[in-house]
Design a protein around this ligand. Structure first.
Ligand code: THU
Length: 133
């Protein structure tokens, strides 16, 4: 699967976003090393902290089905149906990504027209991991 196809899968997943409170919809597409695709969207709740981000939805779906080896993650988001130039993962999602992915893990940010690849280390340097425990 190409980077563009992964971005398109994230955009498609965004269509399922349940975000009646923020009106900010996010989609994520996670590619496993074995070539499987897991997608996720943000799912909000009337009790705000109970909501979940798109990235964690995708990661938790994959891990709960036995997948722990990931190749890349694409994230697309924006307000009121518009697509942001750049929807960066929140801090909690970065930490969850770091639980399962190495420093050089590829994260694609942007939209279908313009996107850029980052490594996890670029987005979350000096990570706290199981090795620190
Ligand atoms: N959101 C995500 O899904 N991923 C991120 O990394 C940033 C924030 C969601 C959470 C909430 O539903 C909405 O965007 C506004 O914060």
């Amino acid at each position: 699967m190409t980077d563009l196809e992964l971005m398109k899968a994230a955009q498609k997943a965004r269509e399922y976003s349940y975000s009646p409170y923020s009106h900010f919809s996010v989609g994520a597409a996670l590619l496993t090393k074995s070539g499987k695709l897991y997608t996720g969207c943000n799912i909000e709740n009337a009790s705000y902290p109970a909501g979940n981000c798109a990235e964690r939805t995708a990661i938790f779906k994959a891990v709960s089905e036995g997948e722990r080896e990931f190749a890349a993650l694409a994230i697309v988001g924006g307000k009121e149906g518009e697509t942001s130039d750049f929807c960066a993962p929140c801090g909690i999602c970065r930490q969850v990504i770091a639980e399962f992915c190495p420093k050089d893990f590829k994260i694609l940010l942007g939209n279908e027209e313009h996107y850029k690849a980052f490594t996890l280390e670029m987005l979350l340097p000096y990570t706290f991991t199981s090795e620190d425990l």
